[in-house]
Design a protein around this ligand. Structure first.
Ligand code: URA
Length: 227
């Protein structure tokens, strides 16, 4: 058994304490957060951030406190994509800061990733009222922002959390239960996409956490194979 105590703690937080003995230790737990390389265009990134901040392409701008561009390392290997900001994210301007966000952090830590070293974004940059599902025209309005983010971050793997993220990213209506744990590809980029359950769903259905853990293991395997 070779998980370190911190990883074991976060697995417990995820509600996972099964078959740990058989698992491999992630080899990147001691990685330091990468320094930005000189090829990253930080001016373009900030320009995109400003463009998103003033976006009025769909009706959602009317109800937002602020846009939620994304957070983390813009040169991350791992890009995590969720659905849309909720109330707390709209207030703080940062994705996944509520209860679901805490679970997401635990899920990432369980595979040796700190929140700061990945990049986290959403399909939508503005909060839909009452946390309803994004509408097709809202997704279409926001799509280019995410596409450019993906092109700029150039992640080695994308983890889509939840049905809305997975279906919109992969342009499919396949049920999430059939998509999870497999290797997909984002558009024609060759960037692998792995789908798992949304942490908010896992909070409501803790019995499914084990499946999410399997998905994370699949993602880690695909990531390592891409080295
Ligand atoms: N759920 C999401 O999908 N994204 C967030 O940023 C917060 C909750």
């Amino acid at each position: 058994m070779s998980l370190n105590p911190l990883q074991q703690y976060y697995l417990q937080q995820m509600g996972i304490n099964v078959y740990l003995q058989r698992m491999e230790k992630p080899d990147n737990t001691d990685d330091v957060v990468a320094e930005p390389s000189s090829t990253f265009d930080s001016v373009a990134w900030e320009t995109l951030r400003r463009e998103v901040a003033t976006c009025g392409k769909c009706e959602l701008y009317k109800g937002r406190t602020q846009t939620v561009f994304g957070v983390g390392n813009p040169q991350a290997d791992w890009l995590i994509i969720g659905e849309a900001p909720g109330a707390e994210e709209d207030r703080q301007g940062e994705p996944f800061v509520g209860r679901a966000g805490k679970l997401l952090n635990a899920m990432l830590l369980a595979i040796g990733l700190q929140r700061e070293e990945v990049f986290i974004a959403n399909i939508l940059k503005c909060r839909p009222p009452n946390n309803r599902d994004p509408r097709p025209e809202e997704v279409a309005s926001c799509k280019n922002y995410l596409r450019i983010q993906i092109e700029m971050v150039q992640p080695r793997i994308i983890l889509a959390v939840g049905r809305v993220a997975a279906q919109n990213l992969l342009e499919t209506d396949t049920p999430i239960g059939r998509m999870r744990g497999q290797r997909y590809q984002y558009a024609d980029t060759g960037i692998p996409v792995v789908v798992t359950y949304h942490p908010a769903y896992l909070l409501r259905s803790p019995g499914e956490k084990r499946k999410a853990w399997q998905d994370l293991q699949t993602a880690l395997k695909i990531y390592r194979e891409s080295e």
